[in-house]
Ligand binder design. Sequence first.
Ligand SMILES: [Zn+2]
Length: 256
Amino acid sequence: MPKREHRRLLLFLRVQQAKPILREMNNTNGRADKQPLINYNSWVIKILSLSDEVDALIYSPRVGVLFQDVDVVIGCGDLPGEYLDYVVCHINKPLYYVEGNHVQVDNEGKVLVGSNLHGGLDLHHKVKRYPIQGKQLLLAGVAGSLEYHGGPYHFSQTAMWLHVFRLLPGLWHNRVRYGRYLDLFVTHAPPWGIHDQPDLPHRGIKAFHWFDRVFQPRYHIHGHIHYYHPDTVIKTQLGKTTILNTFRYKKIEFDL
Ligand SMILES: [Zn+2]
């Protein structure tokens, strides 16, 4: 037998020997699983979302070790800029944020956005794309809450509709370019009727509920609603969208 033919035969025999082993590797409970063990087409993105109250676990030197696998930090509002800066410096990952209804102001009443100090990106009525592992994380956000005494980032329901409408061109671009509208909708206030409360400052936003129903982002994360009882509902499914109250901190993972 010629040398080249001999080599081909050896290669064929090795592949045949390897097949049962590969089948075994892909079996789940004795069933043949059509999914390979590693899906190279997806990437599990890990997000640390912070909102409303400083948490002692996060505001400690351990944060860099405990959350070293995090890809992106999200601020859902009402947090001091120094706190967000501290976390970003220790985790060394990008920060995207929206402001809440309580913001820091200087002596002249000018809003201080401390999280800009280390390159945090404000998501308020913007659509952003964060490239990671050859994928794109698609983000958008709206800051603030309903107006109750006219402070910065206090908006009427009508103003919230306008903020949401400003996102639409970016969403349609995403749909055409990436085949989906959005992965992560970041707001301070919750949607109307979900995780909200009856008093005016904590009422939900009608435009956010419409937005989630129509554009179905993977996650809608918000803050603003403080809770201290374990029975409080903080996670709600609306179609394909998981709406999550990220009060203090939450870690979120999903496939991109
Ligand atoms: Zn708030």
